[in-house]
Design a protein around this ligand. Structure first.
Ligand code: MF3
Ligand code: CO
Ligand code: CO
Length: 263
């Protein structure tokens, strides 16, 4: 972790991230109408992979430390790294889909929440909206001169305001020509502490927010991370780059489908 290089580029190189980020966001848009009760996570993954490849993207997750699929699909109390497979989605489920197409060597890493059907509990809706707001609270601190502690603190505060917790075991990361680089972008922190945010940095902001406690555990498949107390978990992720004008978001939805319900 600590010997990874800091992900910092020239703003004039951001075009590569714009392309990769756009394909990532288009892929999440593309899959939206297929997220319905009865579909399996494996079927969604197959469609995503086909769309990515047809549009010039290579899924970065396949073969990444042995990971087998083109996406991570994490339902309900799964925090992250859910492996797509035979799991059938049901009315009322909330899921996160996380993908990273590589385009011309650049990695566009993004995830969104989706509602399965329409009967989503009030608690699940509140959690999903809060995870979205938490991500934006973090992104809005990502300005030259601020620190990653400012962003982490803003995220933690946003989640806590509604009685939720942030996951501390996983974090955002530098991204760009490599999938996971420095800096670590923690979902909690102290204002003024941590790495100084500089022009040209490219990293993800990807808080996971739990309805219950923050603790997680990994299942015996070696990947699937769940909340230890089995409470619901939600996450959104954008890849961003720092310019003198503030954060540039590479993975915004062209359709405006950034937070569910998507209509
Ligand atoms: N996309 C995830 C992230 O946001 C990483 C997934 S790695 C995998 O960093 F191997 F689990 F796919
Ligand atoms: Co990421
Ligand atoms: Co991701």
């Amino acid at each position: 972790m600590t010997n990874k290089k800091l992900s910092i580029y020239k703003v004039s190189e951001f075009d590569g991230m714009r392309k990769a980020g756009r394909l990532a966001a288009e892929t999440l848009d593309y899959i939206t109408p297929f997220v319905v009760p009865g579909v399996t996570t494996g079927q969604l993954d197959e469609k995503l992979e086909e769309f990515m490849r047809d549009n010039g993207g290579i899924p970065a997750t396949i073969g990444y430390h042995g990971y087998p699929k083109a996406s991570c699909i994490s339902a309900n109390h799964i925090v992250c790294h859910g492996i797509p497979g035979d799991k059938v989605l049901h009315e009322g489920d909330i899921i996160n889909i996380d993908i990273t197409p590589i385009v011309d060597g650049w990695h566009g890493d993004t995830s969104r929440m989706y509602f399965v059907g329409e009967k989503i509990s009030v608690k699940a809706r509140r959690l999903v909206q809060n995870a979205f707001d938490t991500m934006w609270a973090g992104i809005n601190e990502c300005k030259i001169g601020h620190t990653l502690g400012d962003a982490g603190h803003a995220m933690e505060a946003c989640a806590h305001r509604q009685g939720f917790s942030v996951v501390e075991d996983y974090c955002g990361h530098g991204v760009g020509k490599v999938f996971h680089a420095m800096p670590n972008v923690l979902n909690y922190g102290t204002p003024g502490e941590g790495e100084k945010i500089q022009e040209g940095m490219i990293f993800t902001v990807e808080p996971m927010v739990n309805a219950g406690r923050s603790a997680t555990l990994t299942l015996s498949d070696g990947w699937t991370v769940i909340t230890k107390d089995r409470s619901l978990s939600a996450q959104f992720e954008h890849s961003i780059g720092i310019t003198e004008k503030g954060p540039e978001i590479f993975t915004l939805s062209p359709k405006g489908w950034n937070c569910p319900p998507y209509k």
